[in-house]
Design a protein around this ligand. Structure first.
Ligand code: C2E
Ligand code: MG
Ligand code: MG
Length: 814
């Protein structure tokens, strides 16, 4: 039976008693004081009610028949609601053991019978108040615990000596300890765990018992962290001991951000690169000073405009399409482009544009960095030029030539074309260099390069291979003849005289041609074969061209072997001088002899001087050979004199000997050694010596002439020296080249030339010798034209020294 009476007022109280009278009494007392009362007649009923509804307090009788109060109390405590509810036992037994049993069963308090209404009500009120206070306290404690544990701001409470009284997990974490670690172990050294203010700006906790300062926390192995520390003194009323509570606010990130911002701003302001920030729609939002320096536009002039302002118009739509595609796909674009300055100047830049995205991935800005790369590009060009062009002639150098050749071959393979490769080597360049000096040699190369270039089309390549060697690549020729036409054009252009600061010189060129695919299918073979062909052109007498033939390789080998053999020819006594008479036309009397060198090769037999003299010149062997010739000529003359043959002897000198080797001292000392007068010698010099009209050459010739040695100009007409230039040299005679003599009988041009030479020589008072007279007819014609002297097979072949004595006797006897 449950009886509920009165309104809910002060609290709801469950009264458990088996005695209805006591129930009525208690209810009366409590309801009078506005408590709500629920009655239970026994323990079981109390338990049932308890499970159904909450109660603020339980009044529980001890002596009950069904279940006594102690047992009921213990069981009530086992229910969820019963754990916290205050339970007051009402007992008539106030002995010690009953009281102990009551508390042992979990009772909050007890009241002894007989009941006094005043005491009951006050006791109930007091217990309810105490319970409420306890609950409040428990809540507060719990709240604080949660607060302390979850508050992310580290704080610590220390006593004035620095012992830690309490710290929250955030503080422990800050210190690198686990959450429990800080508070449990009071700091052994009594030193505060809170970093102290630096002495400079250190403030002490003032009268207000508070201070705020900034300090750094330094922990081993960790980055220092900047903290703002709020400290307050407090004195807990219980202990009376003063403590300090420190709340630490980590401002490391904030400071870092600030620093980063400052740094970014400094970079922005001082960067050498122009920086431009635009909105997602392309409106310029900010620029740095370098932007103004490079573009010429100030801040106010560009704000609110778009970067189109800088467009040069040199990039096409395709460029911008690729630009935007890269920005969309990678969020970035880098490359070279042309911009236009405010003053209209167009200049190259290297630019990087990056998209700036919001955390959600939306593009919010674009940042562009660019710098003017004009200087860099110029330097690159300069480097490229230096690496690929010959500084002297401005032509592509060997490396670029190879690149072009490879390119031409690649195209030729693809389109089934023919490529011609020409090696062009200047003839007599060395003489110009030796006689006039290098600066004139350089001038000559420069002019030769221009002429070469003028001979070919724009698509052809003329390159300088080094020295006086040039290469020409004709990437598209139809047939062999086409290359020949170009070669002839080059030969005739280079045959024209060169004016080197007033010095007129004549050179020539020897050209070798190799064709792709006829003479090789790779650049290496073609180069080798063109070189071989060029070598053959040189051997063929220069100023000509040769197409590669497979036999040329054999010929080259022959040349190489000949060169090796020539080196030892002197020691092995394989050289000998032969002699040919020179006669006076008028009476066919012997006036002189010419010494002609012979090489009797042990395996090849006689090798003509025309073949080995150029080889000797090239290898430098001409110096020793020349001296040997000179000495052998002197010996022969001495011998002839002893035999009564008193004629002068002419010896041949090449320009190499004139300029290097045959010094005046050598000449004099040899004449002396063989007891010879200088008048008994004649030097036949090649036209080349005069070609390079140098002071050195003139000086040498003059001193030789002064010594008393006559000078004859050999092979006249084959070179380019004009008769008028002879005036400047101390020449005694000219020898008309045998090619004119041979043809003059039939060829009227040659005949006219011989006549002209004779006429001019007469006016210059020069004697003339006709070389290569082979027939009576030629002789008669020469005599008719008034030529003074003649030489040739018609009179005698060149013969040995001993044989010559006989030839001389026979001539004298006629
Ligand atoms: P060169 O000084 O013009 O000599 C004349 C050449 O014509 C010689 O050729 C001679 O054998 C040849 N010859 C003479 N009469 C006739 C003829 O009636 N018909 C034909 N077809 N040829 C005739 P060689 O001996 O072969 O010499 C060729 C060149 O070699 C010489 O031309 C000369 O420039 C050079 N040479 C010869 N010996 C020496 C030398 O000791 N030193 C130097 N530096 N050069 C030499
Ligand atoms: Mg001669
Ligand atoms: Mg000659």
């Amino acid at each position: 039976m449950v009886l509920v009476s009165g309104q809910e007022h002060q609290g709801k109280i469950l009264v458990v008693d088996d005695d209805p009278l006591t129930q009525t009494v208690i209810r009366g007392m409590l309801e009078h004081e506005s408590f709500t009362v629920v009655e239970a007649a026994g323990g079981e009923m109390a338990l049932t009610l308890f499970r159904e509804q909450p109660f603020d307090l339980v009044l529980l009788d001890v002596l009950m028949p069904e279940m006594d109060g102690f047992t009921t109390c213990a069981r009530l405590r086992e229910t969820p609601a019963g754990r916290m509810a205050p339970i007051v036992m009402i007992t008539g037994l106030d002995d010690e053991s009953s009281i102990r049993s009551a508390y042992g069963a979990g009772a909050t308090d007890f009241i002894t019978k007989p009941l006094n209404a005043f005491i009951l009500v006050h006791r109930v009120r007091y217990i309810l108040r105490a319970t409420a206070a306890m609950r409040e306290l428990a809540w507060r404690v719990d709240f604080q615990r949660v607060l302390i544990e979850t508050l992310p701001v580290p704080f610590i409470v220390e006593d004035t000596k620095g012992h830690c009284l309490m710290a929250n997990p955030a503080f422990a974490t800050l210190q690198g300890e686990d959450a429990a670690g800080v508070a449990d172990e009071p700091h052994a050294e009594s030193r505060s765990r809170v970093p102290q203010p630096s002495s400079v700006d250190g403030t002490s906790i003032g009268a207000e018992g508070q201070r705020i300062y900034e300090a750094e926390i330094l922990l081993a192995g960790k980055e220092p962290r900047s903290m703002i520390i709020h400290q307050a003194m407090f004195t807990p009323p219980v202990t009376g001991e003063t403590g300090v509570i420190s709340v630490l606010i980590d401002i490391t990130e904030r400071k870092k951000n600030e620093e980063n911002r400052r740094l970014a701003e400094t970079v922005f302001q001082n960067a050498a690169d122009a920086i431009m920030v635009t909105s997602a729609t392309g409106i310029i939002k900010s620029i740095n000073p370098a932007f103004s320096t490079i573009t010429g536009y100030g801040r106010e002039e560009v704000m609110g405009l778009t970067p189109r302002l800088l467009r040069s118009g040199r990039q096409d739509n395709q460029f911008y399409a690729a630009f935007w595609a890269s920005l969309r796909q990678y969020g970035k674009w880098s490359g070279e482009l042309w911009q236009r300055r405010k003053n209209g100047e167009v200049y190259p830049v290297w630019e990087t544009v990056a998209a700036v995205r919001s955390p959600e991935g939306r593009i919010i800005e674009y940042v562009s960095f660019f710098n003017d790369i004009t200087a860099r590009k110029q330097a690159e060009q300069e480097i490229f030029y230096r690496a690929n062009y010959d500084p002297l002639t401005g032509l592509p150098n060997r490396s670029l030539f190879h690149e072009r050749l490879e390119q031409a071959l690649k195209q030729a393979r693809r389109y089934d074309r023919r490529v011609a490769l020409m090696f062009a080597d200047l003839d007599r360049f060395k003489q110009v260099n030796d006689t006039l000096g290098h600066s004139f040699g350089d001038q000559l190369l420069g002019q030769a390069a221009l002429r070469l270039e003028a001979c070919v089309r724009d698509t052809d390549t003329v390159a300088r291979q080094g020295g006086d060697e040039f290469v020409v690549v004709l990437p598209n020729v139809i047939e062999e003849r086409d290359a020949g036409v170009v070669a002839e054009k080059i030969i005739s252009r280079l045959r024209e005289p060169f004016d080197l600061s007033g010095n007129i010189v004549h050179i020539g060129v020897s050209i070798g041609i190799a064709l792709y695919p006829d003479h090789g299918d790779n650049s290496e073979d073609l180069v080798r074969h063109a070189d071989l062909a060029m070598y053959q052109a040189k051997l063929a007498g220069r100023n000509t061209y040769r197409l590669y033939e497979s036999a040329m390789a054999d010929e080259l080998n022959r040349q190489l072997m000949l060169e090796t053999d020539l080196r030892t020819a002197l020691q092995k006594n394989e050289l000998e001088l032969y002699f040919q008479p020179i006669l006076k036309v008028e009476d066919k009397s012997l006036v002189r002899a010419e010494a002609l060198l012979r090489w009797f090769h042990p395996r090849r037999g006689p090798v003509a001087p025309g073949e080995f003299i150029p080889l000797a010149e090239e290898t430098g062997l001409i110096r020793d050979i020349g001296l040997w010739v000179f000495e052998r000529a002197c010996q022969t003359l001495e011998k002839w004199h002893e035999l009564g043959l008193m004629i002068p002897l002419a010896i041949n000198l090449t320009s190499a000997q004139v300029f290097r080797g045959l010094s005046l001292e050598v000449v004099s000392s040899l004449l002396e050694r063989y007891h010879l007068a200088p008048e008994s010698l004649v030097f036949e010099i090649a036209e080349g010596v005069l070609l390079a009209d140098s002071a050195q050459a003139r000086q040498w010739l003059k001193s030789i002439r002064q010594l008393g040695i006559c000078l004859d100009l050999d092979d006249f007409g084959t070179g380019y020296s004009s008769l008028s230039c002879l005036k400047r040299f101390p020449i005694d005679r000219v020898k008309i080249d045998l090619s004119f003599v041979r043809d003059m009988v039939l060829d009227l041009d040659d005949r006219a030339l011989v006549e002209a030479i004779l006429a001019l020589s007469r006016s210059l008072r020069l004697e003339v010798v006709a070389e290569g007279v082979e027939t009576q007819e030629q002789f008669d014609l020469l005599r008719a034209l008034g030529c003074g002297y003649a030489q040739g097979y018609y009179f005698s072949h060149p013969v040995s020294a001993d044989a010559f004595v006989e030839v001389a006797r026979a001539l004298a006897a006629r």
